[in-house]
Design a protein around this ligand. Structure first.
Ligand code: NDP
Ligand code: MG
Length: 406
């Protein structure tokens, strides 16, 4: 059934009516498949030029059949795949810098997406950024790459998309405060004792969002919200003491912007990533799209807000402190978290151990240099090694998807 408003045009094009070329990095994941659903509906405005995955060759082949991209890349060498695919980690940068590509949807999980983000921005592309770890690990380098190459970062993260949409064309100097909403994750009402005993299955049971495993655990620890505070700092140029977090269990209000005159704007919508993905592709324009059920305030009611239990979810304060400290601290926070989450998912670390591992890494490695890509890579590697060693040394080099750091 069509939900088109009478009088609204059936087909609309982006400025210049030129079809934009899109590369989807991490196309087989939760955001990647969401992006392809949106792109499928928007074939009049976008063409999929490149797809990459880590190791899921089966789904990648199916996607390649549906979209016929000129370029397909697979990071992990193993198994069978069509001869024309490029295999190896360099496929991310190649896909992100193809001349025909205007927009790179970076939906890779973890700091492994960093080089592609940097390369795309240096090549003047728009990066529709889901891969927040990129901005946390190397916020200054990423921002500088956008400035030097003429590229732009448009957030896919729902909170940051909300802020961008509330801001419109207003400058950062109009902002008094950003208030990011957090669902509170599956453990919102859990006691500290219960949190000590939380299992992987418990942590993966997110109440409002369906997402990849790593970010689902990050939502349970609130490390995700720390990553998002740092992300907001770099995206919008707002100092940390003016970025706050509030728990909003329904995930309908995606964030608030308080302006210097006291007025507050919020963006609302049902919790589906299709909306921020589409907006990241079209910003600052909008295209008609009827893929998401219409918003109904009555169904969405009631909307409630709570303070964050900061003492019970220490990863949030640790991450915010790392953001404030700057230098290599955000990269250490991110890498320690990635490694700890990987160990938790493998059953080699407790849920509460994730925050303890991050705290230990930040305490031991504070002060590492952070001037360039190499220094940040060294900090990332040191943080992962620290967490593995602390977990017993028996863990080997495994990290998220086989030790792929930044
Ligand atoms: P998933 O785990 O579902 O998907 C990750 C994707 O990246 C897959 O395509 C995977 O390939 C690929 N990948 C994994 N590791 C590597 C690597 N080392 N190098 C290259 N590609 C790799 O994650 P999500 O889609 O949930 O999250 C992606 C990013 O988006 C994260 O940064 C997350 O924080 C962010 N985000 C996610 C949201 C969500 O709703 N899911 C919401 C907001 C932000 P393969 O399938 O072959 O393993
Ligand atoms: Mg988010």
């Amino acid at each position: 059934m069509s939900r088109r408003i009478p009088g609204a045009p059936a087909v609309r094009h982006l400025a210049g009516a030129r079809i934009r070329g899109v590369a989807v990095l991490g196309s087989t994941g939760s955001i990647g498949t969401t992006a392809l659903r949106v792109l499928e509906r928007q074939r009049a405005s976008f063409r999929v030029d490149a797809l990459t995955a880590y190791g899921n060759a089966l789904l990648l082949e199916d996607q390649a059949g549906r979209f016929s991209p000129a370029y397909v890349g697979l990071v992990q060498n193993g198994g069978t795949y069509p001869a024309e695919w490029q295999v190896g980690p360099e496929c991310l940068v190649t896909a992100a810098t193809l001349p025909s590509v205007d927009i790179v949807v970076n939906a890779v999980v973890g700091a492994a997406g960093l080089d592609a983000t940097l390369a795309a921005l240096r090549a003047g592309k728009r990066v529709a950024l889901a891969n927040k770890e990129t901005l946390v690990t190397a916020g200054e380098l990423v921002t500088a790459a956008a400035t030097s190459g003429g590229g732009e970062i448009v957030p896919v993260d729902s909170e940051h998309s909300a802020i961008l949409q509330c801001l419109g064309r207003r400058p950062a100097s109009d902002i008094r405060r950003l208030i990011l909403t957090a669902s509170g994750g599956p453990f919102r009402g859990w006691s500290r004792d219960q949190l000590e005993r939380a299992t992987v299955a418990d942590a993966l049971r997110h109440p409002t969002w369906s997402m990849g495993r790593k970010i689902t655990v990050d939502s349970a620890t609130l490390a995700n919200k720390a990553l998002e505070v740092i992300e907001a700092h770099y995206l919008f140029g707002v100092p940390y003491d003016r970025i706050e977090v509030v728990v909003h269990p329904q995930s309908v209000v995606h964030s608030f912007v308080e302006f210097i005159d006291g007025n507050v704007l919020a963006q609302v919508g049902m919790p589906t990533m299709e909306l921020p993905v589409l907006y990241a592709l079209t910003h600052p324009e909008r295209l008609p799209d009827d893929g998401v059920p219409p918003f109904d305030p009555v169904t969405a009611s009631p909307l409630t807000f709570e303070r964050v239990r900061v003492d019970d979810f220490p990863a949030l304060a640790l991450g915010m402190a790392a953001g404030r400290a700057g230098g290599a601290a955000p990269a250490i926070f991110n890498a320690a978290n990635e490694q700890a989450v990987a160990l938790f998912l493998e059953g080699l670390m407790t849920f509460a151990g994730i925050a303890r591992a991050i705290e230990s890494a930040l305490g031991s490695l504070a002060g590492l240099p952070a001037g360039d890509r190499q220094a940040l890579k060294a900090a990332d590697t040191a943080a992962r090694a620290h967490v593995r060693q602390r977990a017993g040394g028996a863990v080997g080099a495994s990290a998220i998807q086989g030790g792929a750091g930044c």
